[in-house]
Design a protein around this ligand. Structure first.
Ligand code: HEM
Length: 538
């Protein structure tokens, strides 16, 4: 017998999601019975009590009572759009992922977000931005769940609840709503100094993007690519916006948070509706897959480090165009569920301890957020590749599975799922050697340098960009109630750069401390600039 392909009823992903919504010419109950009146409850006389038997009243109110689902625990505030990705064919030497093939077109859904604010918070606050892309490839869905900054606050996912608790509003007073300008944030980043590199990106103009359309995106982690011959390489993913990278000024960001808290959401929607389709190029930095997993002395498993583009240029591998706004915000932007473990053949994970924890966290949170294990059947989450799994039943099961034997092999449903010869296009876990070291709760020593890349970033900035960074630190630290936290963060700034430290210290009216670590030599890096970048002709 042929393998059963799950074919849930209802609309196709990508089509305007109306088929399951409103049908027919008149208003009905959820069961399709035509209604005469939806404005008056059924009462015992015009002045009498409402009758329990009014099914329409109870159905309407009960459904409304359950309209809300939990917002995302992080990245709650966001907006999405549909688009098309076209491969250039330039990555074929390093990965067999079919969607990167020359001229191959793949539908995508992208969701941009802030990290800390709640669903109703303002768009233009100082924060990291999420840049999550779902590629509906014909070899299975690939989710590139990245941010607009190339590094992360922490090196190990076990600290993720801690950094988020520190960044979210104080639990006693629920302040501040969506800014990092508060004691717990600065307490965390000055105690967990690996956060200093990400923090200086946040304090720079990158923390207040002008538009989603003018943001870079980064996969952050190093991934392992596999080519058709089974050879591997390590790689980092980059999105480069066609419009270039642009930020707001701090004053603009503040004003917009008041006059148009939906500024980024509106900009994305209006641009697409006007036909000014936002575009990005996907690029990869490629590194040899050596046993040390380092490149130019940089540990590729440390997500607080970049590899400067002057050392490993970003090579363009495809182009993304966002060309369709969602039909329904809730159905698509709110219910979309990304997962770093959604990988096509040709792209695999590494042992980056932050990535390893993410592999567990996303599906776990979505089981609660989306009400059970069947959220991959929601139209926006449905793969465009045929699905033939042995997952069954559970809350919100929409598929009507045929057959009696959801296990393989079996002798009842024609049971052998692996016909000979199909292994070539299957996902293969790269058989990397697992260390023989004893199990420990510890980082490699290469994770210990917390300041030299923050210094590299600072020294690569122009004078006006440096002034913005100094003003951002001064403003944000000025919001702290605790002097000891300000002083501890000034010590971190001294370890990044004495000039930066002195200027912020002056702004805060505090003495500037001396560095406690040797300052590294750092030269301005083209990694951090768009200058001279060529966009290929269409
Ligand atoms: C959500 C990026 C680290 C847990 C997100 C989203 C993005 C993102 C873009 C929003 C997805 C959307 O739009 O729906 C990143 C990046 C990270 C990182 C780039 C570091 C490189 C982590 C870690 C954890 C984590 C270490 C936990 C151990 C979550 C959770 C959500 C989320 C629980 C909410 C997902 C949902 O409700 O669907 N992250 N994240 N993230 N992230 Fe991360």
């Amino acid at each position: 017998g042929a393998p059963q392909t799950r074919t849930p009823t209802g609309v196709e992903t990508g089509a305007p999601a109306t088929a399951m919504g409103q049908q027919g010419a008149f208003l009905t109950t959820a069961q399709g019975a035509r209604l005469r009146d939806t404005d008056h409850s059924l009462k015992a006389g015009p002045r009498g009590p409402v009758l329990l038997q009014d099914h329409h009243l109870r159905e309407k109110i009960t459904h409304f009572d359950h309209e809300r689902i939990p917002e995302r625990v992080v990245h709650a505030r966001g907006a999405g759009a549909h688009g098309l990705f076209t491969g250039y064919g330039t990555a074929e030497e390093v990965t067999r992922a079919g969607f990167l093939g020359k001229g191959r077109e793949t539908e995508v859904f992208v969701r941009f977000s802030t990290v800390l604010g709640s669903r109703g918070s303002a768009d233009t606050v100082r924060d990291t931005r999420g840049f999550a892309t779902k590629f509906y490839t014909d070899e299975g869905t690939f989710d590139l769940v990245g941010n607009n900054m190339p590094v992360f606050f922490i090196q190990d996912a076990i600290k993720f609840p801690d950094i988020i608790h520190a960044g979210k509003p104080h639990p006693d007073r629920e302040i501040p709503q969506a800014q990092s300008a508060h004691d717990t944030f600065w307490d965390f980043v000055s105690l967990h100094t690996e956060a200093q590199h990400h923090t200086i990106w946040n304090m720079s103009d990158r923390g207040i993007p002008r538009s989603y359309r003018t943001m870079e995106g980064f996969g952050v982690h190093t991934f392992r690519l596999v080519n058709a011959a089974g050879e591997t390489a390590l790689a980092k993913f980059h999105w480069k916006p066609k419009l270039g990278v642009h930020s707001l000024t701090w004053e603009e960001a503040q004003m917009l948070a008041g006059v148009d808290p939906d500024f980024h959401r509106r900009d994305l929607y209006d641009a697409i509706e006007a036909g000014a389709y936002p575009e990005w190029e996907l690029g990869i930095q490629v590194f040899p897959d050596t046993p040390e997993e380092t490149f130019a002395g940089i540990d590729l498993l440390d997500p607080t480090k970049i590899v400067p583009e002057e050392l490993a240029p970003v090579q363009p591998v495809g182009k993304l165009v966002l060309n369709r706004t969602p039909t329904n915000f809730f159905a698509e932007s709110e219910q979309v569920a990304f997962h770093v473990g959604h990988l096509p053949p040709g792209i695999d994970v590494t042992n980056d301890p932050l990535l390893q924890g993410r592999l567990f966290s996303y599906v776990d949170t979505q089981l609660t957020r989306l009400g059970g294990p069947n959220f991959s059947q929601i139209p926006v989450n449905r793969p465009h590749a045929p699905v033939n799994d042995m997952l069954r039943d559970g809350f919100h099961q929409h598929a009507v599975h045929a057959g009696v034997a959801p296990y393989r092999p079996n002798s009842l449903d024609g049971g052998n799922p692996f016909p000979a010869g199909d292994a070539d296009d299957a996902f293969v876990d790269v058989p990397v050697r697992v260390t023989e070291a004893p199990k420990v709760r510890a980082n490699p020593a290469t994770f210990d340098d917390h300041f030299s890349q923050a210094r590299l970033f600072w020294l690569s900035m122009s004078p006006v960009e440096k002034e913005h960074i100094v003003r951002a630190y001064t403003f944000e630290l000025g919001k702290c109630y605790h002097q000891a936290i300000r002083e501890r963060q000034l010590q971190c700034l001294a370890n990044i750069d004495p000039v930066l430290c002195a200027q912020v210290a002056t702004g805060l009216g505090l003495p500037a401390p001396q560095p406690t670590v040797p300052l590294g030599e750092a030269t301005p890096s083209p990694a951090l600039s768009q200058v001279g970048r060529q966009w290929p002709a269409d």
